[in-house]
Design a protein. Structure first.
Lengths: 294, 377, 351
């Protein structure tokens, strides 16, 4: 029997394996295209020719990538990455003990907290930023409470500055980190930390040497998520930061929408994307390195 | 305490006055996220069964709402032409989309509202249809600075104008300043709010306060000098605002003594009891305007001319001044505006105009230079 | 006194008294089993000894020193948990050496000690393995070695064998017992499996409802249950309603049965329980003559290989008899039989 004939007879009894794969393939394709098409348009625009005073025309030039290599943009990119890393580390470091204590609370308290955290996700970045602008204001803000408590002599304005920006960003990302860490922490076998305690570890030591390594994966995921969230931050540095705290996202937006220099804005976006990917891969790699060989 | 109000106003975008205060000038700041979120270009279509119709776009939010409520009905009543309103984002995103649509032969609207720089950029990108001035009899009423004449002829005609002035909290500053130069006075500390980004009027304010006029912006050297002077402001400006809400929140919470702000909005704040004085400094307030421009793919020429002719009549100008708070484009004497009504939106003092052509010529330098100057300052 | 002394130790969770004023003296070097059904308080008692639960009353004395307030990490007791609680992120050596590392032992000494412990639990050279790569029995040994690492004065085992299959569990029971005898560490094992307790313990503490029911050697607990609960819980047993009638005999139904002794202080005629193990019941085919003991009808017979189990209906009660097959009595359901109860093993329990 020839191969073809064999295949034909077999084909009738066996379900075609391709059809099964295709059902999963279509959504993947659609999602892929939804990401890839805008991405390739962005790449294309970043090489296009700028028409001064007008818009842009198709072309292939590296001008915009070269233009990026000025102190202004490199410093801004560095600051954006620095800010994002700092916020990611600080938010995760804050969320970890909080989520840990959350898992120790009563079932009811846990539900209340989780519902509260989930509902805060509905607040937009804009709302949170403006809330902080008011909270840090001289006239009615937090400093009045500090005066009331006798910590300050007279109310003062607490923004704009780096602290205000930092606190606001932490506020914005903290629910995400807690919600990301909570499931892993609540799944942990409590006997494992108890075992460490019986072996001479203090509560803190047991937390650091047992709990933290056991949620290493979610921890790295939380740091990465916050980093990626924060590196593109726009409204918070604009409202709560000084000009030296403006991020690359602000420069991209101004370049695109004030001067209409879409090719340069696209090139900047590519730089930002590249930096994000590099730092993300580095984090994942560093995080995976501590694993023991199985 | 009532001071948390502005925050909610910005975010909720309620119709009416609150939006007026928060969202109306979004196009000027070229703001991204804030504006884009507030003014998504979803067409507001008023279904029309009239024989003749026109699609007009204005900046989404307060401006569009006011036109739909006040101006379009008056126009329809006068001409029988129904108007379909289309929302348009204030920034360049709009021009990019319009250029694409034009290229495909589609006109998303027959008439749009374009800022001064947008008109020039659109001219270079061949987005506009040249208008026939002879078909707009009321054009003679309009002051020359509100008319865009290009190399091929008339591109756009003023739609609405506004002023930015120096606002000051009289409770925090006993002696009211009379010059923009006060914003550079370091003895006062970091007490001002100034609009941020390459589209900020600070270029013109600086040029007219320290360099004798907009001409300094015609050369690269001059732009550099102006930028250096702007850089000095990092020691005196506390709030660099892109959204009106940011400035208003900071002002009402006494984070700042004052700064650059919209004259008409300051008037409304004063009406609401906020201690505020809007000063036209001796160098002048800054005036800017949006203009009606016809996308080249539009074919409704007759209706377009009738619409422009209508809006440039003294009556329509007075109506817009009263209901939208914009400055009239026609001489004050032609309108029936009272002193008070006129002072609420304009001034007869010689204003500082936008250095529109310099802004197009040195746009990258101005935009990047602005950021660099403040970061180094 | 050497060993662990528990005085009036209690733990209440809200209204529930999980452990109710327990007094115990556990001598040095013994293997002790806390035995009881689930919820009897045996695990809570163990966790209080470990320091993982704070008692609501009473005290703990180790070699005469009050350790009630000593925090868990300073008690230096080895503990093996029900889930084993191995550290999944560490290797076998990392797990076993954890306590040593905390105590700042030099890495070289630590490695030597870890290898020594691995030898002890018969896993030599497996230090580099990841926990995931071990079999159930190997994990068990790692958990035991880990608990032994800091040379504990007390070894606490919280049902560590319950996850193993029957055969492996039996092997581990013997191995664990041998290890304890070799090291002479005072050990407490919590279990609900009386067979496991019998196999391993020097001393069994039977618990129910947060209270100690009986303390004794396996044989004592088996042969001389202190009360009806112990008699019922430990092993297969016949518990017959009876009445105390005279010293040395009780009445069951209309038969008078001789017993070893009737505890003092029981009023004549009062209701008691006669406890007799199935292996102490002898069975004879009824021969028509009057029989002084119990008689009845066989209702169920099963031959489990090394023993024959026969259920005999005697009036209201069913008596079980177990005997080796070579005793050669052939009975079938429906047969009438006479029962002889070995009086030396008949215990009278107060109701």
């Amino acid at each position: 029997m020839s191969t073809a004939a064999f295949a034909a007879t077999e084909g009738r009894t066996l379900p075609p394996p391709v059809a099964h794969g295709m059902t999963l393939f279509w959504p993947t394709l659609v999602i892929g295209l939804l990401f890839l098409i805008p991405f390739f348009l962005l790449v294309q625009v970043s090489f296009a020719h700028r028409d001064p005073g007008g818009l842009w025309s198709p072309g292939f030039e590296f001008t915009h990538y070269q233009a990026f290599l000025q102190p202004l943009f490199l410093e801004t990119l560095t600051f954006s990455a620095f800010l994002a890393i700092l916020v990611a580390l600080a938010a995760t470091a804050l969320a970890l003990p909080f989520a840990h204590f959350l898992t120790r609370m009563s079932r009811r308290a846990q539900v209340v907290w989780l519902v509260f955290l989930l509902s805060t996700l509905a607040l937009s970045e804009v709302l949170i930023v403006f809330a902080w602008q008011v909270m840090l204001a001289r006239r009615i803000g937090l400093s009045n409470i500090l005066v009331f408590l006798g910590i300050l002599d007279e109310p003062q304005s607490l923004s704009p500055n780096f602290g205000a920006l930092f606190v606001c960003l932490i506020h914005f990302v903290l629910p995400y980190t807690v919600l990301l860490l909570y499931p892993a922490l609540s799944r942990l076998d409590r006997q494992v930390t108890e075992a460490a305690r019986t072996m001479g570890a203090t509560n803190f030591r047991a937390f650091m040497t047992v709990t933290v390594p056991m949620v290493r994966g979610p921890l790295i995921a939380a740091v990465l998520l916050v980093f990626i969230f924060t590196i593109g931050t726009f409204v918070a540095p604009l409202v709560l930061g000084r000009p030296e705290h403006w991020t690359l996202a602000i420069l991209i937006q101004r370049t695109a929408l004030t001067t209409g220099n879409m090719p340069f804005a696209a090139a900047m976006a590519m730089f930002l994307l590249f930096t994000t990917v590099v730092i993300a891969i580095a984090t994942a790699w560093l995080g995976g390195r501590g694993e023991i060989k199985r | 305490m009532t001071d948390d109000k502005p925050v909610l106003e910005v975010v909720r975008s309620r119709p009416g006055r609150t939006v007026y205060r928060s969202g109306r000038r979004s196009f000027l700041r070229g703001a991204g996220a804030l504006a884009a979120a507030a003014a998504l270009p979803l067409p507001f279509v008023r279904p029309s069964y009239a024989a003749r119709s026109l699609r007009v776009s204005t900046f989404g939010g307060f401006f569009e709402d006011s036109f739909v409520a006040r101006v379009y009905p008056a126009f329809t009543e006068a001409t029988g032409i129904a108007v379909e309103s289309v929302s348009q984002p204030g920034n360049l995103q709009f021009l990019v989309q319009l250029a694409e649509a034009n290229r495909a032969g589609i006109a998303p609207m027959d008439l749009c509202t374009a800022g001064q720089v947008t008109v020039l950029r659109g001219r270079n990108a061949e987005v506009w249809k040249t208008l026939d001035a002879s078909r707009i009899p009321s054009l003679d009423n309009v002051a020359a600075r509100y008319i865009h004449d290009g190399p091929n002829g008339l591109d756009a005609v003023g739609a609405m104008a506004w002023f930015q002035t120096l606002i000051v909290n009289p409770e925090m500053m006993s002696e009211l300043p009379d010059s923009w130069a006060v914003m550079w006075d370091e003895s006062l500390g970091q007490v001002w709010g100034a609009s941020s980004g390459g589209a900020s009027y600070l270029f013109e304010i600086t040029a007219n306060t320290f360099f004798g006029g907009n001409e300094v912006l015609d050369t690269e050297e001059g732009v550099r000098d102006v930028l250096a002077k702007i850089g000095e402001l990092t020691r005196t400006v506390r709030v660099w605002w892109e959204s009106e809400g940011t400035m208003q929140t900071a002002y009402e919470n006494e984070e700042i003594v004052g700064g650059m702000y919209y004259h008409d909005v300051a008037g409304i704040m004063a009406d609401e009891g906020v201690p505020i004085v809007s000063i036209f400094p001796k160098e002048g307030g800054v005036t800017d305007f949006g203009a009606w421009a016809q996308p080249s793919a539009s074919t409704k020429d007759d209706e377009v001319y009738e619409f422009i002719a209508f809006t440039t009549t003294p009556e329509a100008q007075a109506l817009m001044a009263r209901t939208i708070g914009v400055a009239p484009l026609v001489p004050r004497e032609m309108t029936d505006l009272t002193d008070e009504e006129f002072a609420a939106v304009s001034s007869e003092q010689e204003p500082i105009s936008l250095a529109a052509s310099a802004r197009v010529q040195f746009e990258d330098m101005m935009d990047q230079g602005f950021t660099a100057a403040l970061r180094q300052g | 006194m050497q060993g662990l002394r528990i005085e009036g130790l209690s733990k209440a969770f809200g209204e529930v008294r999980a452990v109710d004023a327990v007094d115990l003296a556990l001598p040095q070097g013994q293997f002790v089993c806390f035995l009881g059904p689930s919820g009897c308080g045996k695990t809570t008692l163990l966790r209080m000894i470990a320091g993982l639960e704070t008692p609501t009353g009473g005290r703990l004395l180790l070699h005469g020193r009050d350790i009630t307030e000593v925090p868990v990490h300073r008690r230096r007791f080895g503990m093996v948990f029900q889930s084993l609680a191995l550290f999944p992120h560490l290797s076998v050596a990392g797990n076993i050496g954890y306590a040593l590392k905390l105590r700042g032992l030099h890495p070289r000494d630590r490695a030597a000690r870890v290898e020594e412990l691995l030898q002890l639990v018969r896993l030599p050279g497996l230090g580099d393995r990841h926990i995931d790569a071990l079999s159930g029995g190997q994990r068990q040994r790692v958990a035991i070695a880990r608990a032994l690492a800091q040379e504990p004065s007390l070894m606490l085992l919280d049902e560590p064998l319950s996850a193993l299959d029957a055969k492996l569990r039996e092997a581990m029971q013997i191995e664990l017992r041998q290890l304890q005898q070799q090291l002479k560490i005072t050990t407490i094992l919590v279990t609900h499996d009386q067979r496991e307790a019998m196999t391993m313990a020097d001393l069994i503490v039977v618990m129910a409802d947060g209270k100690v029911q009986q303390v004794g050697s396996p044989l004592e607990v088996y042969e001389k249950p202190a009360n009806r609960f112990v008699a019922d819980f430990i092993g297969l047993n016949n518990l017959l309603p009876a009445a105390a009638v005279e010293p040395g005999a009780v009445r069951v139904g209309n038969r008078l049965l001789p017993v070893a002794e009737v505890p003092a202080g029981i009023g004549w005629g009062s209701a008691v329980t006669l406890s007799v193990r199935p292996e102490n019941v002898r069975l004879k085919r009824a021969n028509g003559h009057d029989h002084a003991g119990l008689t009845g009808e066989v209702v169920f017979v099963r031959d489990v290989g090394n023993a024959v189990e026969t259920h005999v209906r005697c009036g209201e009660s069913t008596v079980i008899a177990v005997f080796p097959p070579r005793d050669g009595i052939q009975v079938r359901p429906g047969d009438q039989v006479d029962l002889d109860l070995d009086r030396r093993h008949c215990r009278v329990l107060v109701q």
